[in-house]
Design a protein around this ligand. Structure first.
Ligand code: WTA
Length: 655
């Protein structure tokens, strides 16, 4: 275990610019993995030292997946501060090093920014004092609804610094969705900006925030960052972030937090009901985010790391902010989109900042592959060492293009499988340690114990060359601890279908070599351009429209997005289907949830296939949406089998 790197050792490493030796090779991985699962207390006791503790922990793992007693604690008697781990502890050795490179939406009108660790310390401390000045205290919730600007990172770290719990809402979400989340966690403060530029367009964040806040308690205050300087209306609850930060002191001591104090809440979609607030705590999350960042991307001192996600998703939390900054990295925060001003933007940014590790989603890779190789080839990508993929299964064609055209065959691709709930990578190849297979997430990270279960019986399927549902046998430090305000829902969602295990919601295959392949969700969650969505959410948005009687939503294969949204809609008696109504429903869903939830296809359904007990048979709807209705299986249990013929005849997705 000579490759174990503690916080102190990270500081002491020289800054290699040539190809560094990977942190682990195949044998090193095997040894460390074995150690991590045979004696988790010893393994994590040692690796828990990679972050700085105020009061050292004496207990390591205390976790239970027992029905009725789901209880997950790591390092439970230790105290620390996450922001101090991301900033303060680096000041002595790398105060002048760039912590964050901010890359704007439009490179022709705006300069990129280099923010050093010392700058970051100053800005985060100032913002922390602003929050305090507005009455935010330890344990209070703060909702962040910002573009990808440095203030988003300042806001996260300022919350962490004073022990407030942040909950970021992706800036693409609608006012309704934002309001529901503010109320869901009973936030004291909303942090937003005037506008969010993206791909040359602007989302009116402040005006969205005003609409959202109309549905919230009057006491919720609003801190407004100036991004574009565009005109916004100002209300009594609004505070000017720029002015307050300028006036604020840059001295703000970091609050001593318990390892199990919540660090953040992040709402995510599930198969039923409204999105749930996934709660991550401080100690285990920080250890896990920083360790996965180091090993999965083979991060070395001096590397420039770029994760293209938005901080509104968990990927941005763990691999733009907490993981890289805990490791003292230079991390890129990108405000824009892959195709603006042109389809070479990603590669231009990689060349400009000499990016060493690049981490993006298959949907972006597919879109850029379609734009043509010339966009890649005109940029110097010779600093790239590792390429990453996340969010959905990557098809071999996209994998090969990524490998050959972007990586020039020299950069290992890490296909990282994980979830909002898992805090960090669960299954992933490690550069230098894994023989890669296009499309496979391959092997568990340290401490992760995947099992394949028979879907109906829940029995463990041993051996290789098998397929089933993916569960985890035991806890890992980055695991979510609860659903905000609803521990019962936590147990019901993740631990009740397969007792004694954490259920991921994904299916998987373990091949003849023991490598894992994710086969996709087995529940009613779909994955659209790497964004996770509950079909139930889209359905409830649709039925909230006055002209809609009923709706069923399923995913179908989409060339670029991975999955598209296919909605079957039954109209109220007397309503006539029309193209205008279809447009109206699309706009409606956009405004209820956000643009990412807009149905790609809407089929008018005079009736939906239901069992005699009234349950919608989604299996059939999925098949029709996939244009694969040859094998519909048994439809004899349907209340009215003729419904199916009509749906097939009028299907929208025809090859
Ligand atoms: C899917 C994103 C295949 C999976 C970090 C999971 C993947 C859901 C991969 C979580 C991958 C994520 N290969 N599928 N490498 N990564 N997924 O919570 O279905 O937004 O359950 O977290 O994305 O999405 P979430």
């Amino acid at each position: 275990m000579s490759d174990v790197v503690s916080g102190a050792e990270i500081d002491a490493q020289p800054a290699p610019k040539t190809q560094p030796k990977p942190h682990v090779d195949a044998d090193g991985y095997a040894q460390m993995y074995a150690a991590s699962v045979t004696d988790p207390d010893a393994f994590w006791g040692e690796h828990g030292q990679r972050i700085d503790w105020i009061k050292p922990f004496t207990k390591v793992k205390n976790t239970s997946f027992e029905p009725g007693n789901i209880d997950i604690r790591w390092f439970e008697d230790g105290t620390l501060n996450a922001a101090a781990n991301c900033i303060d502890r680096h000041l002595a050795t790398r105060g002048d090093q760039t912590a964050i490179i901010w890359e704007p939406d439009d490179p022709n009108t705006t300069e990129s920014l280099h923010i050093t660790y010392a700058d970051l310390h100053r800005s985060v401390s100032k913002m922390a004092n602003v929050l305090k000045g507005l009455g935010v205290e330890k344990g209070d919730r703060v909702v962040i609804y910002l573009p990808m600007i440095p203030e988003a990172a300042y806001a996260m770290l300022a919350c962490a610094r004073i022990g407030a719990i942040h909950s970021i809402v992706f800036a693409g979400f609608s006012p309704d969705a934002l309001g529901a989340r503010i109320n869901g966690c009973d936030a004291k403060l909303l942090i937003t900006a005037d506008f969010a530029p993206r791909g040359g367009r602007q989302t009116p964040l402040k005006s969205n925030a005003d609409t959202a806040l109309a549905a919230c308690k009057d006491s919720v205050q609003c801190l407004v960052v100036k991004r574009t300087g565009g005109e916004v209306t100002w209300t009594d609850r609004d505070h000017d972030c720029n002015a307050l930060m300028e006036a604020a002191s840059d001295d703000c001591p970091a609050e001593e937090m318990n390892a199990e104090d919540p660090l953040f809440i992040l709402y995510t979609s599930g198969s039923t009901g409204q999105p749930k607030g996934v709660v991550h705590t401080t100690g285990g999350y920080m250890v896990y985010a920083s360790m996965t960042h180091q090993y999965t991307f083979d991060y070395h001192e001096g590397d420039v790391f770029w994760c293209t996600a938005d901080v509104g998703w968990v990927t941005g939390h763990s691999y733009i902010v907490y993981g890289p900054l805990a490791n003292g990295a230079t991390t890129i925060m990108f405000e824009g989109v892959p195709t603006y001003p042109d389809a070479g933007r990603f590669w231009e940014v990689c060349a400009k900042h000499k990016v060493n590790q690049f981490y993006t989603a298959p949907t972006a890779i597919r879109a850029l592959m379609g734009a043509g190789n010339e966009w890649v080839e005109k940029h110097d990508l010779s600093d790239l060492r590792v390429l990453g993929s996340v969010g959905e299964p990557i098809n071999p064609e996209a994998w090969n293009w990524y490998n050959e055209v972007v990586g020039k065959g020299n950069c290992p691709i890490v296909d990282t499988f994980w979830q909002t709930e898992t805090g960090g990578h669960m299954l992933t190849p490690l550069p230098g340690a894994t023989d890669l297979k296009p499309g496979a997430a391959q092997q568990p990270f340290f401490g992760v114990q995947p099992v394949v279960l028979e879907p109906t019986s829940g029995e463990i399927i041993d051996g290789n060359g098998v397929e089933g549902v993916l569960c985890m046998k035991d806890s890992w430090p980055g695991q979510m601890r609860t659903v905000w305000g609803d521990h019962e829902r936590f147990e019901k969602t993740y631990f009740s279908d397969y007792k004694g295990y954490y259920f991921s919601g994904d299916g998987c295959r373990r091949d003849e070599d023991g490598d894992y392949w994710i086969t996709g969700r087995v529940d009613d969650v779909i994955n659209v351009s790497g964004h996770r969505m509950g079909t139930a959410e889209v359905e409830s948005a649709l039925v909230a429209h006055a002209k809609v009687a009923e709706s069923a939503v399923v995913g179908y294969p989409h060339d670029v997005k991975g999955q598209g949204i296919y909605a079957y809609v039954t109209l109220m008696n007397g309503e006539e289907p029309s193209d205008a109504l279809r447009k109206e429903l699309e706009t409606w869903v956009r405004s209820e949830i956000g643009p990412i939830a807009k149905p790609d296809l809407i089929q008018w359904a005079p009736g939906l296939p239901k069992t005699r007990s009234g349950k919608i048979m989604r299996r059939i709807l999925r098949k029709i949406a996939e244009d694969d209705f040859g094998a519909l299986g048994d439809t004899s249990t349907l209340a009215d089998p003729s419904v199916v013929d009509d749906l097939i005849a009028n299907r929208m997705n025809r090859a």
